[in-house]
Design a protein around this ligand. Structure first.
Ligand SMILES: Nc1ncnc2c1ncn2[C@@H]1O[C@H](COP(=O)(O)OP(=O)(O)OP(=O)(O)O)[C@@H](O)[C@H]1O
Length: 305
């Protein structure tokens, strides 16, 4: 049974806006799935349908095997949610927030143990949330989502507002939860976050799922090039690599040649060709396509929100 499944899911707002269009998405149990896309791509709308905060125009969605519209309570008992733009009560301490989540979920979790897991020690736990930094607030909200040992965590932009350190800790927490067997579905447009932590990603663009794969799989299917960087003693004037099919780009920057190739098997041929010009190659490095490049390959830069 998949943790999340949508079939032909479509959500329109009024006549003009198609926020999500004919979405068939499968998130398997136990995986960490990154749901990516630029602003306005339809990520939050999808999540809101899964949580029954929005009703689909067409199609169906199931969460942990339950129908998102008809079995909402069963779903909410088994999942943890970190919503986008969550609210904290300024005058309540962090511990009170978690106690409240424990009571409302009817769980027997120890609030301090949960708070400790998200890196809020006893001193921070005893402080009022109104005085928390963004990162502390984010940790507290995640802690509340962890109450009751959910089978599935749905995190909407969990790293927004976090500094690099906080973002790294969030990644570690996501991984820890996954290691405990929890399925994690999170949306993000911070691509580095996703690359480091996800088993698979889905990329949304203008309401459509334009890719769904592992990062490796995406790399292969886009055929995005890796870049071979050759430091040379001089840049030859008449270097042309046009006849090597796998070479997609060639630029020179100072004494560094940057050669984009979509098949790493041609690297030695490229180096031989450069050296055949009487050039000495003093350093060689390779840069893999980042998720950033893949994302750009799948989505337009245009913001549709
Ligand atoms: N309540 C609403 N009424 C009308 N249009 C809406 C509503 N909610 C979302 N939309 C529109 O639906 C589209 C998808 O929005 P959504 O919030 O799902 O995108 P997103 O991928 O979550 O974006 P972001 O990364 O900015 O959060 C956008 O064009 C948005 O303007």
């Amino acid at each position: 049974m998949p943790a999340i499944r949508t079939d032909g899911l479509t959500k329109r707002f009024g006549a003009g806006v198609v926020a999500v269009e004919d979405l068939d998405l499968v998130v398997e149990e136990g995986e960490v799935f990154g749901y990516l896309g630029p602003n306005g791509a339809g990520k939050s709308t999808t999540i809101n349908v899964l949580l029954d905060y929005l009703r689909p125009t067409e199609g169906t969605a199931t969460v942990l095997g339950y129908d998102a519209q008809d079995e909402t309570q069963q779903i909410h008992e088994r999942i943890g949610i970190l919503p986008e733009g969550f609210d904290l009560y300024d005058r309540l301490t962090g511990r009170k927030h978690v106690e409240f989540a424990v009571d409302s979920k009817g769980s027997d979790d120890d609030p301090d143990e949960i708070l400790d897991r998200v890196g809020l020690g006893p001193e921070a736990a005893g402080r009022k949330a109104g005085g928390y930094s963004t990162g502390m607030g984010q940790r507290l909200a995640l802690g509340m989502a962890l109450v009751g040992d959910p089978d599935l965590l749905i995190l909407d932009e969990p790293s927004s507002g976090l500094d690099p350190n906080g973002a790294r800790q969030m990644r570690e927490l996501v991984r820890e939860e996954a290691n405990r067997g929890t399925t994690v579905f999170f949306s993000s447009h911070i691509l580095g976050q996703v690359e480091a932590v996800c088993d698979r990603v889905g990329i949304m663009n203008e309401g459509r799922l334009v890719a769904e794969d592992t990062i490796e799989g995406l790399r292969e299917s886009v055929g995005t090039s890796s870049t071979l960087e050759l430091t040379v003693d001089r840049v030859p004037d008449d270097l042309s690599l046009d006849d090597i099919d796998a070479v997609t780009d060639l630029t020179a920057d100072g004494n560094v040649l940057r050669i984009a190739v979509n098949d790493s098997g041609v690297k030695s041929e490229v180096i031989n060709r450069v050296e055949a010009q009487g050039v000495t190659v003093t350093d060689i490095s390779t840069e893999q396509a980042s998720l950033e490049d893949l994302f750009a390959a799948y989505t337009t830069e245009e913001v549709t929100a």
